[in-house]
Ligand binder design. Structure first.
Ligand code: GLA
Length: 455
């Protein structure tokens, strides 16, 4: 009997040991650079080494960027033993050499494949070679794998990604696992046990409409993001030339608010000072990398004008005012009201079978809905919106009254504007608030991002 229990325990433990992802990785959204958005198939050892050098010399590494990822087209075939073959012309010294070089710069190395039989550029995919490829990646010193969905035909997505997760785990080298199935199978529902990030949409293009429509599709996904598992609205286009600098500031700000992975996709060796300043805005990056790992929610949606809120540690918060329209807007912003928005203190995953939480609460305001009667573009105090989900500050009601039990302990203590100074994260200076409400000008396609910092 004892022997039986022992065998059972060993079998059980070995099953547990193989059936998981690396849990200590990507506790904050991964940051790095990926070749696809700018270079597509034109990748080579020289280019990747140049980008690694530039990541250091440009100050990107100091700002937190870490992973250098080669996307599609590094692989050409499989040999007679089924081993993946690296393009010998473009990568003459092989992948281990490149990984060593990247590591010598204090950076990490990432690679790309697909869960199907072929990649999106019809190079060999990973299907049927998962364990073999994972061992090869471990041998090379790969730290990050982006795993696409091309060539997958009728494959089951969670099962396919689980196979690769287990293969990576069995290979024994911690690798961030980036699920890239374009949101086709709602990966936010199953991705967090399998990978560290999951694409939520199809590919981004370097233009305003593409970027903003992808942004909009993240609206209902906040509750799925958190340390170790992130919604991925795709890589950054900042600096690739298809948007204005103002639009790139907006793109970067929104990705920071969403706690999205920040994978730059431009030529790091030839950035204008403006583009470099956007990508290395440390105050915005601190919002993205906040250890609570909370993805912003839409607090007010007046169509072209929206207010987004991201809870930060220490009961701080970032507020983003977004003008999506083609016209300039002047909006009346009530900073006292914004100060009172009660953010979450950690990720709230709704128990299975429930529909999640209703956003954030503040007296007299709706979470995610336009306040009836409020003119577009104007944030109003005490607009007659839907009933608040949280007790008004100083109302005498216990904090959390009226909200379901699992959320109570997770709401931050309500604070007021007196507890904060308000910092403009693009101007890099504190606001001087003569009144608690103030008109703010927003250029077309622009944002303002404020951090409410505890005094
Ligand atoms: C897909 C992915 C892109 C990129 C290309 C490469 O389209 O979504 O991000 O990796 O494949 O072929």
């Amino acid at each position: 009997m004892k022997k039986f229990v022992l065998i059972f325990t060993i079998l059980f433990l070995s099953f547990c040991a193989s059936a998981q992802k690396f849990t200590d990785l990507a506790k904050t959204p991964p940051m790095g650079w990926n070749s696809w958005n700018k270079y597509h198939c034109d990748v080579s050892e020289t280019l990747i080494m140049q980008m690694a050098d530039a990541m250091v010399s440009s100050g990107m590494k100091d700002a937190g960027y870490e992973y250098v990822v080669i996307d599609d087209c590094w692989q050409v075939s499989r040999d007679e033993d089924g081993n993946i073959v690296v393009d010998p012309e473009r990568f003459p010294h092989g992948m281990k050499y490149l990984a060593d070089y990247i590591h010598s710069k204090g950076l990490k190395f990432g690679i790309y494949s697909s869960a199907g039989t072929v990649t999106c550029q019809r190079r060999p995919g990973g299907r049927g070679h998962e364990y073999q490829d994972a061992l090869m990646y471990a041998k090379w010193g790969v730290d990050y794998l982006k795993y696409d969905w091309c060539g997958s035909s009728t494959q089951n997505a969670p099962a396919s990604y689980t196979t690769m997760r287990d293969a990576l785990y069995a290979a024994g080298i911690p690798i961030v696992f980036s699920i890239c199935e374009w949101g086709s199978n709602e990966p936010w529902e199953w991705g967090s046990n399998i990978g560290h990030l999951w694409r939520t949409t199809g590919d981004i293009s370097d233009n305003w409409n593409s970027m903003i429509s992808i942004f909009e599709r993240q609206k209902d996904l906040s509750r799925y993001a958190g340390p170790g598992g992130w919604n991925d609205p795709d890589m950054l286009e900042v600096g690739n030339g298809g948007m204005t600098n103002e639009e790139y500031k907006t793109h970067f700000s929104l990705w920071c608010m969403l706690a999205s992975p920040l994978m730059a996709g431009n030529d790091l060796a030839n950035m204008t000072p403006e583009i470099k300043a956007i990508l290395t805005n440390k105050e915005l990056i601190a919002v993205n990398q906040d250890t609570l790992g909370i993805q912003a929610t839409c607090y007010r949606d007046n169509g072209d004008y929206q207010i987004w809120v991201k809870g930060l540690s220490n009961n701080e918060k970032a507020i983003c005012l977004l003008n999506k329209s083609d016209e300039k807007k002047s909006v009346l912003v009530d900073f006292a009201l914004l100060a009172q928005i009660r953010t979450m203190t950690r990720r709230f995953r709704p128990p299975a079978g429930t529909t999640g939480f209703g956003g954030f609460g503040v007296p007299g305001a709706t979470a995610g809905g336009g306040a009836p009667g409020a003119a577009a573009g104007v944030a109003r105090t005490g607009a007659p919106g839907a009933p608040a989900t949280a007790a008004p500050a100083g109302s005498g009601q216990p904090a959390g009254a009226g909200i379901p039990a699992p959320q109570r302990a997770r709401r931050a203590t309500p604070l007021t504007i007196d507890n904060y100074r308000v910092r403009d994260l693009w101007e890099h200076k504190d606001l001087t608030l003569k009144e608690t409400s103030m008109y703010v000008d927003l250029d077309p396609h622009s944002v303002k991002v404020y951090r409410f910092i505890r005094k």
